[in-house]
Design a protein around this ligand. Structure first.
Ligand code: ZN
Ligand code: MN
Length: 513
């Protein structure tokens, strides 16, 4: 089957899905921890190093190499568990998850299986309408990342159609925590929104814990989306008695927006398959950001295919209760309290705050304000011009190339009177084109409001002289007519004038007796 024929798999309208089916989701989020060294060896973990320069016999899986558990990673895993309201295991072990893949030189991943370090938790997620949805956490376990394969020569960067492949083991052995939800039921039509809101809430929580960079576009936070549909029960109270349908797992969905879209797409595709009388194949799927569809990956292994068994080279992890309590004392402010505090500090209305949350912009605004932006200015830029441009490009605000520090700089340039809004938008063009910081772009492009009263005054005089009838109206007290003159002055000054100042001068010249 070619990629093209897969891409045109039939779907049904979203509203039609919900008339007949009830969606059930399971979200698996892999978080790369920001420890200085890897999970089982002393190799460095920095992102972007030359391929295969951060490796050693342990993370390359050479014979005889022995792993040692990274204590800092265990602390981070416990803190994540505590933040997710989990129980922390008294005693747990690592396990070998056996499978062959070239980016995993040991031929097994050291993970945890039936003894995760964190289990039985939940995360309360706030939705767009202000309601709260509780997502139950089944477990969060420690494991190691794999290396990275690069497929060269194909059009899509995938292995199909590639000439050859390269492997970079720098990522192999980087500590991961995998957070697995229980089946998320009862979300109904809001399933895509719940999925996105959950990942956004998790991202903000992990950021507040300072355990990860949580950069989705760099892969330090990755989401796998499991979805199934089951028939809608006649009696809504009996819905949870209806057995779950067959699920698919869409791998590595790497932006908040894509999480929402992938859930929505799979719902419409599953419904089309089920409506046709066929059944869903349990498989992994690839998400295509550009076309907004998933395509078939491989038939999914069940856990027993992995031949899990306890890792014989590592001692069990038995966190002392005193240590767990010490770590509990380091918990950041709970998300709901934090949100209320920020809303208060920023003076946003409930609706403004919810819009900011839905756009995934809370952290961005917090960091912009910390960098010196006014709360109103930060909200204006992130929720206005930047949100619009990110949406046109189909990207998350956080991955968009404009940093909170840049927004603070832009806000200051406007507040100080150096730029007006339309000049600020030109500055953003330059920033997004990689021309540097807002100040550098404004300097390079010669953007500067003319505050020199002499030049502005001369322009106002010229415009009054050229528009005697309009000027007479203003003299007669029809002040709204001044708008036409201000427009002329702005034109004369090539947009580099302060409109408020121009208005002031016009009124002064025409109405002062
Ligand atoms: Zn190593
Ligand atoms: Mn995993």
């Amino acid at each position: 089957m070619s990629t093209d024929s897969r891409a045109t798999e039939p779907v049904v309208d979203y509203d039609e899905v919900l008339k007949k089916y009830d969606p059930v989701m399971g979200l698996e989020v892999h978080v790369e921890l920001n420890t200085a060294t890897k999970m089982f060896c002393g190799c460095a973990t920095g992102f972007g190093a030359e391929p295969n320069t951060q490796v050693c016999p342990v993370c390359l899986g050479l014979p005889g190499a022995l792993p040692v558990v990274n204590a800092a990673a265990v602390d981070s895993a416990i803190r994540i568990g505590l933040a997710l309201n989990c129980e922390i295991a008294q005693w747990c072990r690592f396990a070998r998850k056996n499978y062959f893949y070239p980016d995993m030189p040991k031929n097994f991943q050291t993970s945890q299986y039936d003894e995760p370090i964190d289990f039985n938790g939940y995360l309360d997620v706030e939705l767009a309408d202000g309601s709260t949805f509780r997502v139950e956490i089944e477990r969060a376990h420690m494991e190691e990342d794999t290396g990275k394969s690069l497929h060269i020569g194909g059009a899509t960067g995938r292995i199909h159609g590639a000439d050859h492949s390269l492997v970079d083991y720098n990522r192999a052995g980087i500590p991961l925590v995998e957070i697995v939800t229980r089946p998320i039921v009862g979300a109904g039509a809001r399933a895509p929104e719940v999925a996105k809101a959950y990942v956004a809430a998790l991202r903000d929580l992990l950021k507040a814990l300072k355990v990860s960079d949580v950069r989705m576009e760099q892969g330090s936070l990755r989401c796998d989306v499991n979805l199934s549909l089951r028939p809608k029960a006649e009696d809504a109270n009996a819905q949870n008695d209806v057995p779950l349908g067959t699920r698919t797992e869409t791998k590595n969905v790497n932006s908040l927006r894509s999480v929402e879209r992938a859930v929505r797409f799979e719902m419409t595709r599953h419904a089309a398959v089920l409506n046709s009388g066929a059944s869903i194949l349990q498989e992994t799927r690839h998400w295509h950001e550009d076309t907004g569809v998933t395509t078939s990956g491989r038939v999914k292994s069940d856990a027993d295919d992995y031949r899990y068994f306890p890792e014989p080279d590592l001692v069990p992890v038995a966190p002392a209760r005193e240590r767990v309590e010490e770590l509990r004392a380091t918990m950041p402010e709970p998300p709901a309290e934090r949100r209320h505090r920020l809303q208060n500090d920023w003076g946003y209305s409930d609706m403004e705050m919810r819009d900011v949350m839905n756009a995934g912009a809370v952290l961005l605004i917090e960091e912009s304000v910390a960098a010196g932006a006014t709360p109103a200015g930060a909200r204006k830029w992130w929720m206005g011009e930047l949100a619009r441009r990110a949406s046109v490009e189909g990207r998350d605000l956080a991955d968009f190339g404009v940093t909170p520090a840049y927004v603070a700089e832009l806000d200051a340039l406007v507040a100080s009177g150096r730029l007006n809004d339309s000049m600020a938008r030109q500055v953003l063009d330059g920033v997004l084109a990689g021309e540097g910081s807002p100040l550098a772009v404004a300097d390079a492009r010669g953007l500067q409001l003319v505050s020199d009263d002499g030049a502005l005054s001369a322009a106002v005089d010229a415009v009054i002289a050229a528009n005697p009838e309009v000027a007479d109206k203003v003299r007669d007290g029809k002040l709204q007519a001044a708008g036409a003159l201000i427009g002329q002055v702005m034109k004369e000054m090539k947009g580099q004038a302060d409109a408020a100042k121009a208005r002031e001068l016009i009124l002064e010249k025409l109405t002062a007796s």
